[in-house]
Design a protein around this ligand. Structure first.
Ligand SMILES: Cc1cc2nc3c(=O)[nH]c(=O)nc-3n(C[C@H](O)[C@H](O)[C@H](O)COP(=O)(O)OP(=O)(O)OC[C@H]3O[C@@H](n4cnc5c(N)ncnc54)[C@H](O)[C@@H]3O)c2cc1C
Length: 408
């Protein structure tokens, strides 16, 4: 069925089906005051929601039926997002699994890989993480040192990843590793699917300032994975990593839902009203600015999503949504601190308040998924066509570069 062939009645019927499901299942994630430091309860709530979605025939709308999707049109997806945007987000802990790993598996996986992994991923029977960053390779991820060496029928992985969100609760990870150190750094990288329970993987939580333990260090010591866990072509990992980062920026910057949203402004208007500050002209002006920024951000996201729905792979323009989303998050954080005052810094160790938490974690958006400076470089180079940064290591074999532990 094409978007054109979907009649107004069919669209309305589908919308009503989405709404009925959401009325019943998108009731918010209630932790009863539990801080849930490792995100496990929120993830479980998301998994249950997603599994119910799959049972209702509404999960993975545009993915092929043979791989556990619904084989429906982009128009169905648009309607779903529009409706989901009006309800509490139940699936934010699945953003890496669904927003990044799933489209990569679908775009680059072989038929066998899709048959093996897609249906379980779509229904959240499995959860996936992304293992790119390393201690010496974040913004410059092409300098990564984790290596994969072929040994008979297996690839053997050695090295370390860091900041791996939800590695501790993931079933699989998409990892990039060096497969040829004798060529330039971007040329000798490959992408693999790694079961997170493989012998030789050690996952250590990173303790965050807000008491959370959402991300991890992941160590690989002689981790053996089958040859056919290579995703895409050998040594094409850089192009694939770039594709995955584009999906990531769209997933982070454009959200998983649709329509015009001003969630932060709404929340702060409520808080300012509750605290008797809503008549303060300076606060009002800031809240209005936040409302307008969020509205503009929603429109940018809708444009990005429309391009995706038209079949375009996400391009560097996704960086605009990611950057503006981060700047709005930072502004909202400042406004919230002004409204709630000492409540944003007074810290109760057991629970904290949502405001002190947001004051502590509100700046992470400018780092996760590529820093603000990196988004600005991408927008400058690839959207505006400005001259590129000077590259001092172009064409130099990776093994001769002074990066990471090769610095000495
Ligand atoms: C909440 C959160 C979740 C994350 N989850 C994951 C995950 O699941 N998987 C994963 O692989 N990674 C994850 N990361 C890691 C993230 O991708 C990196 O932290 C990020 O890419 C920056 O790398 P870095 O920390 O090494 O900083 P660096 O690259 O060392 O940057 C340090 C500073 O230098 C600036 N800088 C660096 N290069 C340039 C340049 N060329 N031009 C201008 N300025 C520059 C940066 O903007 C930054 O201010 C996560 C990070 C956060 C905060």
């Amino acid at each position: 069925m094409s978007a054109e062939s979907m009649s107004a009645e069919e669209a309305e019927e589908f919308r009503a089906r989405c709404r009925a499901f959401l009325d019943e299942h998108a009731t918010g994630i209630h932790l009863g005051g539990d801080p849930d430091p490792r995100g496990e309860k929120r993830l479980l709530a998301g998994k249950l929601f997603q599994q119910a979605l799959a049972d209702a025939g509404l999960a993975g709308l545009t993915y092929p039926k043979e791989y556990g999707g619904q084989g429906l049109t982009k128009e169905h997806e648009r309607i779903w997002r529009e409706e989901y945007g009006k309800y509490p987000n139940m699936t934010f802990e699945l953003v890496i699994s669904h927003g990044m790993c799933l489209p990569m598996l679908n775009q680059f996986g072989t038929h066998e890989q899709k048959a093996k992994y897609l249906a379980d991923n779509i229904a959240a029977r499995t959860v996936w993480c992304q293992m790119f960053s390393e201690p010496g390779a974040g913004s410059d991820v092409a300098s990564l040192q984790t290596k994969a060496v072929r040994d008979g029928d297996t690839w053997v992985l050695n090295g370390q990843k860091v900041w791996t969100t939800l590695a501790h609760v993931s079933d699989y990870g998409v990892v990039i590793a060096r497969t040829d150190p004798n060529v330039a750094k971007h040329a000798g990288i490959s992408m693999f699917v790694v079961p997170m329970d493989s012998p030789g993987i050690e996952i250590r939580p990173i303790h965050q300032i807000d008491g959370g333990m959402h991300f991890n260090e992941v160590f690989f010591t002689d981790v053996s994975i089958p040859l056919d866990n290579l995703l895409g072509d050998l040594n094409n990992g850089w192009n694939m990593a770039t594709a995955m980062l584009m999906y990531e920026r769209v997933a982070i910057g454009s959200g998983s839902t649709g329509g015009i949203q001003h969630e932060r402004a709404d929340q702060l208007i409520e808080e300012a009203t509750r605290r008797g500050k809503i008549s303060d002209p300076v606060i009002r002006q800031k809240l209005m600015r936040l409302y307008a920024l969020e509205t503009a951000q929603s429109l940018v996201s809708m444009r990005t999503r429309a391009a995706l729905q038209a079949g375009k792979a996400p391009g560097p323009g996704g960086s605009i949504g990611k950057l503006s989303g981060t700047l709005i998050m930072n502004f909202a954080r400042d406004v919230s601190m002004e409204i709630v005052g000492a409540d944003s810094v007074a810290w109760d160790h057991d629970s904290g308040s949502i405001w002190s938490r947001s004051a502590l974690t509100g700046l992470q958006g400018g780092i996760a998924g590529g820093t603000n400076e990196i988004q600005k470089n991408i927008i400058g180079d690839r959207v505006l066509g400005l001259p590129r940064d000077i590259s001092v290591d172009k064409g130099v074999p990776f093994k001769d570069l002074k990066v990471g532990t090769q610095l000495g």
